[in-house]
Design a protein around this ligand. Structure first.
Ligand code: CP
Ligand code: NVA
Length: 301
């Protein structure tokens, strides 16, 4: 198994599928105490509801302890070098989860830590969310995802990047619709295209056409608060509406990592409607992360 989990592409296809299979068993009631006697530090440099609670509860259910570290209370938040934080925490805890801004900070933490590091969201990736999303898609369409068409409409952000990584490993078709200037990182697109059919478009209808899964996310992510006005203008036309959903597969599901803004990136009719799986998706954060923790901590090398 892997040492750190910084992005989905840290896994290979069989590791990812194995992890999702474990998540399925844990959700079905399998008891696992792999974290017995272990402690994880949970560093949050951005807000969180789902990630914090699902990690804290999951760690507890696996027999371990999580220590919540808010940015304002830590020396990291006052500028202590990541290297020192990594080396010191490694002497107390068995693993570190971090939510922060720059992905390079998580990479630095992983470089200097002597314990596994988990990315709980950076500006570049949100891999733990993707584990839950893939579990949710499997529950709907079965374990083999390579025949699916998945649509991403909105910002080419950390979630879009994570879907590109998932397409790379699992081979489903990914159609990404963004306004000009908000495309995902071309390097991640290029890499995903080595394993999957990836379509980039500015037309949401083209992305959603025949799709089995329709995804969106907020138009302004954490850290982009000052850009909200400009972004709302740029993304008008990228809202997931019932009319847009009508072009998807009749069995299509709607996913959103949450938090959501009803009436902005998605209408209430869609997000609260019969095709929405948002609460199941949020629940699966718990099961999928428990599977990740078991994999990381029962195979530390
Ligand atoms: N989806 C997600 O990561 O939610 P939180 O920001 O509440 O953790
Ligand atoms: N793209 C969003 C996801 C929040 C879970 C953000 O980074 O704020």
């Amino acid at each position: 198994m892997i040492r750190h989990f910084l992005e989905i592409a840290d896994l290979d296809r069989s590791q990812l599928l194995g992890l999702l299979e474990r998540a399925r068993r844990l959700k079905a009631g399998e008891v696992d105490r792999s974290l017995q006697g272990k402690t994880l530090a949970l560093i949050f440099r951005k807000s969180s509801t789902r990630t914090r609670v699902s990690f804290e509860v999951g760690i507890r259910q696996l027999g371990g302890t999580g220590i919540f570290l808010a940015d304002r209370d830590t020396q990291l938040g006052r500028g202590e070098p990541v290297m020192d934080t990594a080396r010191v925490l490694s002497r107390y805890v068995d693993g570190i989860m971090i939510r922060t801004f720059e992905h390079a900070e998580v990479e630095a933490l992983a470089k200097y830590a002597e314990v596994p590091v988990i990315n709980g969201l950076t500006d570049r990736f949100h891999p733990c969310q993707l584990l839950a999303d893939l579990q949710t898609v499997q529950e709907e369409f079965g374990p083999e995802l390579s025949d699916l068409r998945i649509a991403w409409v909105g910002d080419g952000n950390n979630m879009a990047h994570s879907w590109l990584n998932a397409a790379l490993l699992l081979g489903f078709e990914l159609r990404v619709a963004t306004p000009e200037g908000f495309e995902p990182d071309p390097e991640l697109v290029r890499r995903a295209r080595t394993g999957a059919d990836v379509v980039l478009t500015t037309d949401p209808a083209e992305a959603v056409e025949g799709a089995h899964v329709v995804n969106t996310d907020v138009w302004a992510s954490m850290g982009q608060e000052e850009e909200v006005g400009d972004r709302v203008a740029a993304f008008e036309g990228y809202r997931i509406t019932a009319e847009l959903m009508a072009g998807a597969d009749p069995e299509a599901i709607f996913l959103h990592c949450l938090p959501a803004h009803r009436g902005e990136e998605v209408t209430a009719e869609v997000i609260d409607g019969p095709r929405s799986r948002i609460y199941r998706e949020a629940e699966n954060r718990l099961h999928a992360q428990k599977a990740l923790l078991v994999e990381l901590f029962s195979n530390p090398d």
